[in-house]
Design a protein around this ligand. Structure first.
Ligand SMILES: Nc1ncnc2c1ncn2[C@@H]1O[C@H](COP(=O)(O)OP(=O)(O)O)[C@@H](O)[C@H]1O
Ligand SMILES: [Mg+2]
Length: 262
């Protein structure tokens, strides 16, 4: 018969564990939801974009992605951290674009807001071109709201984290998505990897598109070559017969406007 006191009062170990969890939770809240970000989240809630933020799907140095609930279903809310970290990883062509966008008076926050808006714009362009990406619903300051990619409330895993049932089918589907991206949307992803492709019901969904660039940019060819070389290796390891060159051409490389440098 357990001591009734123990049933009522948590043990010391439990109390320590509770406090650790609470600290962790508070750290997360402090890190992402500074006062300005909370106001931005509030603004999006007032606009009816979602009702509540449920839990973090992914947190990193540059930002976090959270599941949120709305009356029309789940949403993914991507919050960029206000700080310089994101600019350490973004390529020079994007920094150039950001500087032009925010002008001489632009500070870090403005650049991050421009970056958030850019992700929203690119997602819109890709949806219009029928490329499988999350539908964007809105953005405000450093917060982007998009369709939640998942099943029954559980987020779809990045390709990196799972074993593909049918690599050949995913390869062909991905090739078609990339080709539409180049031929119809006139964009190159620029950071394509198995981390930035989610697998939803055995089909690839592209994410993390803010750094995408126009196909007529001088670096577009080089970026598509890099994007496709990585993936060609990845699929070859899974037994798909392809080469970097073949995948590049099939994924829209053959259609890239000529005159861009290699
Ligand atoms: N729309 C979405 N639906 C479900 N999960 C998502 C969505 N967008 C992002 N995620 C999850 O969040 C992670 C990080 O998102 P990503 O856009 O790649 O940002 P980061 O800049 O941190 O790489 C992804 O790997 C994925 O697990
Ligand atoms: Mg990513």
């Amino acid at each position: 018969m357990p001591d009734p006191e123990e049933l009522l009062y948590p043990t010391r170990a439990e109390r320590v564990e509770d406090r650790r969890k609470e600290r962790q939770q508070r750290k997360l809240v402090d890190e992402f939801f500074d006062h300005a970000t909370l106001l931005a989240v509030g603004r999006l809630i007032n606009r009816g974009q979602f009702q509540s933020v449920d839990y973090p799907i992914s947190t990193g140095k540059e930002g976090g992605v959270f599941r949120a609930s709305s009356p029309d279903g789940f949403r993914a809310v991507k919050i960029y951290r206000i700080g310089n970290t994101i600019f350490r990883h973004v390529p020079p062509y994007v920094i150039e674009w950001l500087r032009r966008e925010v002008g001489a008076m632009g500070n870090t926050s403005r650049m991050i807001f421009a970056w958030t808006r850019r992700e929203h714009t690119v997602l819109t362009q890709l949806r219009e071109a029928d490329v499988r990406v999350p539908q964007p619903f809105g953005h405000f300051r450093n917060v982007l709201v998009m369709d939640f990619i998942g099943v029954e409330g559980l987020p779809a895993p990045p390709m990196q984290e799972i074993v593909l049932q049918d690599p050949q089918a995913v390869f062909e589907d991905l090739t078609a998505q990339l080709k539409r991206m180049v031929v119809t949307a006139h964009l190159v992803h620029g950071d394509l990897s198995p981390y930035n492709v989610l697998v939803l019901e055995d089909r690839p969904v592209l994410i993390d598109v803010a750094q995408a660039i126009a196909t007529d940019h001088p670096q577009a060819r080089e970026l598509l070559l890099r994007d496709t070389a990585n993936f060609a290796r990845y699929f070859r390891r899974l037994g798909v017969e392809t080469s970097a060159k073949e995948f590049f051409e099939a994924a829209g490389g053959a259609e890239l406007p000529s005159g861009t440098t290699t």
